[in-house]
Structures are given as structure tokens and as C-alpha cells.
Design a protein around this ligand. Structure first.
Ligand code: MG
Ligand code: MG
Length: 254
């Protein structure tokens, strides 16, 4: 069954871009100041202050009881890590920072994974490949394509490098709420899904693991980690289909 994806109005899309730019600014700033010795809660406090100062609200805080502004997932943590004063970053770590902001009721959602200090070539390659797959997915956000085209583009990059493509989590519709229909797999399912039309907004968010694709959730009921303890990377953008091609609402310019 191919459901139609809800399309946003021009006004809603403009607000989503404002929300997206607040998220982009926050992630750009955090990526500049991350250094060994900081805790993940330090990053969270800085992010919350920056988002509120911009007149927006941290979307994740209170979402199904999530306690923080950011999801901070270090090394083998894939997604949904909870910021903590006890989680101290070390040189050589990789941290995925996922951030959402709601501005005048509309949501921007974006994530990136960055190295703390100097990281290994193996990890640099994992980060580059995951971002490459996000960009491949974004290029499919063209009117007339189908949802599965995005999934396939992401999957092809993961397979090219031989990484574990996380299957239990994926992208989603976004805008009036953080998570809207449809769910966006990071691999082909054999169902082409709904057609992409102008006004469709999706969060595309590949997660690639250095080892196995298998993940599990820790006892905090949030933090998702790799089964084999090997590192993971996660990149995400909020992307809008327009008459002129893909528009990345959360594009970072800094
Ligand atoms: Mg996100
Ligand atoms: Mg998302």
C-alpha cells in the first residue's frame, strides 16, 4: 500500500527552515567547541541555551519523557544516548549529536558525528561514508521519485564500504511533529512507497556501524548500542522536496 505523504504549506515550510537553521547553528557551534574533558551534559546545556535564545524550544526535551535537549551517543552508542555529567569525552572518541528545535510550532531535526581530538583513519572513513550516504539520499528528494529511492541510495553507499546498516531505526516525516509518517528505511524493502511531491519534508538519517548491523537498547530504555561494541556513526538532515529540487532545511553553513 502506497500512502500519500502529507505536504506542508509554504508558510509551514518557511518556519521549518527557520527551525532548521537554529538546529544547524547549534550543531555548528557544538562541533567547534567539542574537546576532550567535556561531558556530554556540558554540550547539552550549551545547546539548550542557544536554542532558547533563538526563540525556539528543544524538541526532544520531554518527548516520551526524554530528559535532555540533545541525544549524545559516544563510540558504540548508535542513537538516543542521554547527556550525562559522568560521560567525559576522550581524544579518539566519536560522538553523534542529534538535535531538534521547534520554532513557532514547526520542527527541524538534524544530527552529525564528529571526532573528539584526533581520531583513527578507520573512524574518519566511517564518518565520511555515513555522511556520503546521507548526501546520496538527499539527492533522491526530487518530485516524481519514490520513498524507496532514498532508502536504496543510502543502502548502496553502506554496502559499497561494507558497513553494518542499522535496520531497526531510520528516517521519518517531520514538520508539525518530530516524528510523522512515513518511516524511512535505510535499505530497500521491495516496496517503492509513496511518491515524493513538492512540500514533502523528511528527516533522512543513516546510521552505519563499523561491525555488525545488530543493535540493542540499554537498561536506561533509551541508549541504543551496537551488539559487538564497535563504533557507529549517524548523520541526519531535514530535507524538503521543492519544484527546484531538494532543499536542506538544516544545512550548516558555518
Ligand atoms: Mg534527529
Ligand atoms: Mg530524526
Amino acid at each position: 500500500m502506497n500512502k500519500v505523504i502529507d505536504r506542508k504549506s509554504r508558510h509551514e515550510l518557511a518556519l521549518m527552515q527557520e527551525a532548521g537553521q537554529i538546529v544547524a547553528d547549534t550543531l555548528t557551534y557544538l562541533s567547534k567547541i567539542v574537546e576532550p574533558g567535556m561531558s556530554t551534559l556540558d554540550l547539552d546545556k550549551i545547546a539548550e541555551e542557544r536554542i532558547r535564545k533563538a526563540g525556539a524550544v528543544p524538541t526532544f526535551k520531554g518527548y516520551y519523557g526524554f530528559p535532555a535537549t540533545l541525544c549524545t551517543s559516544v563510540n558504540d552508542e548508535v542513537v538516543h544516548g542521554i547527556p550525562s555529567p559522568h560521560k567525559i569525552l576522550k581524544a579518539g572518541d566519536v560522538i553523534s549529536i542529534d538535535c531538534g528545535a521547534t520554532y513557532k510550532g514547526l520542527v527541524g531535526d538534524s544530527a552529525l558525528t564528529i571526532g573528539v581530538g584526533e581520531i583513527s583513519d578507520e573512524l574518519k572513513k566511517l564518518l565520511q561514508a555515513t555522511e556520503e550516504s546521507l548526501n546520496a539520499g538527499i539527492r533522491m528528494m526530487v518530485a516524481g521519485n519514490f520513498l524507496e529511492d532514498i532508502s536504496g541510495a543510502v543502502e548502496d553507499v553502506g554496502n559499497k564500504y561494507g558497513y553494518g546498516i542499522v535496520r531497526n531505526y531510520g528516517g521519518h516525516g517531520v514538520g508539525r511533529k518530530l516524528h510523522e509518517e512515513p518511516f524511512l528505511h535505510n535499505y530497500r524493502t521491495g516496496n517503492q512507497g509513496p511518491e515524493l511531491k513538492p512540500g514533502v519534508a523528511l528527516a533522512i538519517e543513516p546510521m552505519f556501524n563499523l561491525g555488525t548491523e545488530d543493535v540493542k537498547t540499554l537498561e536506561d530504555n533509551w541508549t541504543v548500542v551496537t551488539q559487538d561494541g564497535l563504533p557507529s556513526a549517524h548523520f541526519e538532515h531535514t530535507v524538503i522536496v521543492t519544484e527546484d529540487g531538494p532543499l536542506v532545511a538544516t544545512e550548516r553553513t558555518g
